[in-house]
Design a binder for this molecule. Sequence first.
Ligand code: COA
Length: 184
Amino acid sequence: MENQPIAIRPLRAQDIHDVYQLHKALLPLSYPPAFFRQCILHPQKQLCLVVESPSTTPKIVAFLTASVQQAPQSPVRELHILTLGVASTHRRQGLATELIRAAILLLQKNLACADTPSHIKLVAHAAVSNAHARAFFRKTMVHELEEERVEGLYRKSGMMLASKDAYRFTSYAPLGMDLCVGAL
Ligand SMILES: CC(C)(COP(=O)(O)OP(=O)(O)OC[C@H]1O[C@@H](n2cnc3c(N)ncnc32)[C@H](O)[C@@H]1OP(=O)(O)O)[C@@H](O)C(=O)NCCC(=O)NCCS
């Protein structure tokens, strides 16, 4: 079992309970199950990818949720990372990095059918108190990275955070990047 590959794939209906519980375990707030159902129904607008490990129970050990946005008349598609989490047992193995790459790949696949080529802009937030997430986004969002502090982003969220401020990270996905991910 140990050597079986870890797979990245879109969320399935039978995963919703586990991905909801993993959100609650790793983040100060989770989305309701209805949010995850929307990811399955409308992945072109809102997506959820999970990492499944063959050797753990429950099998879902990491997740990414994101929304896809586009300003009117703009060729830029924005991939807003909403949540990203990796079980503590599986960290520093590149899983969060692979989840972001897989989300970009999925969006690029969808855009391949579009009339005009689009750039993909990545947007992510990390609470100012979340040094691990900030280190992660600084390491992975390297293309034209911009980082700015957003005052009070989490003020109305009800989340128990040391500070309600966040850092917003934006960068661009490299065009034609060589994406090597598990089954999608
Ligand atoms: C942040 C998080 C998603 C990173 O997941 P991960 O799978 O361990 O990240 P990766 O293995 O892809 O890390 C890639 C690089 O980011 C940096 N990085 C990741 N975690 C780090 C940490 N705790 N401290 C410092 N740098 C870190 C490192 O440079 C790492 O490369 P390296 O391992 O070769 O040094 C994970 O720690 C987590 O789930 N945290 C709790 C939830 C959370 O805060 N989510 C983010 C906000 S939604």
